[in-house]
Ligand binder design. Structure first.
Ligand code: MG
Ligand code: ZN
Length: 368
């Protein structure tokens, strides 16, 4: 009896040791916890949108502040391969290909070599891709996501890249680069042959198609002050809905293009109206992402424009006096806001190249 009890105790002890060992080994085998992968990404770029632009515009317009809804915030260093102060070509190229480029370049590295961008990598995985902008869809920022040219000025050539099918949906301005080209080609007809639905007028329609090139102006879209209304919001929702329905997984780049143009004009009211329009789009995108649960939302800028500061207003100390120090861009870091699966990756201070690699990691584009 007595011997039996001792044996039983020994056996229980051995069993417990074995269980502890198994648990420890299991934990070691599991490795570091992988971040949750998003099924959809909406990447919003406020061209020329620094902290002064956000602070100013969101004080001028008192609506719901979309930027304050983010818990994960980072800072991006914006220099290009050949200039501390980047232009929008190099500034968006770096997000797409992950390499610093020379100012003016689109989708090529500092040696002017074409490099695959996020859209090309995502297409291999069957994802839907799209760009929406208030500039021409062939302007530097959207162009960097689907084309590879040495100079941003080659907008006729940039438009030809849309025929190569790495971008499913493009909405913005830019008629002239499709049907009033130097080579007299009509790219709308060519795109139609490749299965794209092409729309090129200002009457807004809501098509249901997996490939849409929709240009609503000759060049850039009208300013907010000229009655653009909720074009950017409608275009973003149209692109998201179609990409969601036809692909499920998608990456959509949305640009508040003219925040930058207001900066170049040193026109605070122009800039603030454009930024507030962008804010309304971010609010809608966040509302949809909260409902969805699988959408990563990242908001940032390619650079700041105008060297804007908000100075004391001696006539009314409850407000400020906007003051520009330049008609060009500046080299100050720009904020990054992230929400959704993998958002925590975007906290911290890093080079703009890192944004590309964070997307790659989260979207499993490195074969991991
Ligand atoms: Mg731009
Ligand atoms: Zn600019």
């Amino acid at each position: 009896m007595h011997i039996c009890k001792v044996m039983k105790r020994k056996f229980t002890w051995k069993l417990l040791c074995l269980l502890a060992l198994t648990l420890t080994l299991n934990a070691a085998w599991a490795g570091p916890k992988k971040p949750k992968r998003p099924k959809r990404v909406i990447f919003l770029i406020g061209d020329g949108m620094g902290l002064a632009q956000i602070s100013g515009a969101m004080s001028t317009y008192k609506g719901k502040n979309a930027f304050e809804r983010f818990k994960v915030i980072g800072l991006s260093k914006t220099s290009s391969a050949d200039n501390y102060v980047t232009d929008s070509g190099a500034g968006a190229t770096v997000f797409s290909i992950g390499k610093k480029a020379k100012n003016g370049a689109i989708g090529v590295d500092s040696a002017e070599k074409s490099q695959d961008g996020l859209f090309e990598l995502l297409k291999i995985k069957g994802w839907g891709t799209g760009v929406v902008a208030t500039s021409s869809i062939t302007h530097a920022t959207p162009a960097a996501f689907y084309s590879h040219v040495k100079s941003r000025k080659s907008q006729d050539e940039i438009a030809e890249y849309l025929v190569r099918k790495t971008c499913d949906i493009a909405i913005g301005g830019g008629n002239q680069f499709f049907n009033k080209r130097k080579d007299n080609r009509n790219l709308y007809s060519e795109l139609t042959e490749f299965g794209y639905l092409t729309l090129h007028d200002t009457t807004w329609v809501e098509p249901n198609n997996h490939k849409i090139i929709y240009t609503c102006a000759e060049d850039g879209m009208p300013k907010m002050s000229e009655g653009r209304g909720d074009f950017l919001l409608k275009a973003t929702q149209l692109a998201s809905r179609n990409l969601q329905q036809h692909y499920g997984n998608y990456f959509l780049m949305v640009e508040g293009s003219q925040i930058d143009w207001g900066g170049h004009d040193n026109d605070y009211d122009y800039m603030a109206a454009e930024l507030y329009d962008f804010n309304e789009v971010i609010n809608a995108v966040l509302d949809a992402a909260i409902k969805d649960g699988n959408t990563l939302v990242v908001v940032t800028a390619d650079h700041e424009t105008g060297g804007l500061s908000l100075l004391e207003n001696k006539d009314d100390k409850s407000t400020f006096k906007p003051s520009y120090s330049s008609k060009g861009h500046s080299g100050i870091m720009v904020p990054v806001f992230a929400f959704g699966p993998g958002a925590e990756e975007f906290a911290g201070i890093y080079e703009n190249t890192a944004i590309h690699y964070k997307f790659r990691k989260l979207l499993g584009l490195d074969g991991k």
